[in-house]
Ligand binder design. Sequence first.
Ligand SMILES: C[S@@+](CC[C@H](N)C(=O)[O-])C[C@H]1O[C@@H](n2cnc3c(N)ncnc32)[C@H](O)[C@@H]1O
Length: 261
Amino acid sequence: MDTEQYAVTAEFYDYVVPYQARQDVAFFVEAAQASGGPVLEVGCGTGRVLIPTARAGSAVCGLDLSPYMLDVCERRLAQETIQVQKRVQLDQADMRDFDLGQTFNLITIPFRPFQHLIEVEDQIACLRCIRRHLADDGRFILDLFNPSLPIMAREVTGEEQGDEPEFTMPDGRRVLRRNRIVARDVFKQCHDVELIYYITHLDGRTERFVHAFPMRYLFRYEVEHLLARCGFAVEALYADYDKSPYGSKYPGELIFVARKG
Ligand SMILES: C[S@@+](CC[C@H](N)C(=O)[O-])C[C@H]1O[C@@H](n2cnc3c(N)ncnc32)[C@H](O)[C@@H]1O
């Protein structure tokens, strides 16, 4: 991912209705509290998970490559109490190559940032970096989507789709977000995805902005092998943030809890 991604869309992130509706925050907050901290959130974005984690009492370091996402996070943090602010440290860094000079009792990577890594060597570099930052008795939570075979069997038409409701920004702009898959590479396990933002200004002027990025999909046993190769042992595997076991629903999520192997 290049650092210019999210340059236009970071300001919309916290208003996207399905993001607001995600049921994962309590899961990560509870894991942070159980760990005793400190926590490292890799790909923390605008602080959707990080800020509730700090509010709940955990010391948390947020790492993200995008200065635009971190800027939103900083502005949100400035609205928090001094105690909450003191629990948070933000670092702009690449998840494949970082050195924070400390270890963490919990490292998380919520809402699929790991799937922005397309090449296996990037995935390995990231996992090795995470392992170096994990306390000996710490836990690592890797949060991915479980690839749906029926969805992947569908032909890629390149058509825009989506049924997300329009949202309104505090300054009155209305934003409708659609999406499309431009291409699927079944050999590289990768989709070229576009998130398309239709922005209507107060004066009626409209803009269309496209956030395009590749997204890798990974299968359950592939991730288990990858984790083992990078020195992790899988402790639990969930299909959802309510901790329902993998296999209890389809496609569900692909949420690994791992420790040092
Ligand atoms: C879908 S957002 C998830 C943000 C946050 N974890 C959440 O749950 O809302 C993906 C985030 O991963 C970050 N990201 C993508 N590639 C990265 C990389 N190589 N290193 C660090 N962060 C990266 C993006 O900047 C973005 O903020």
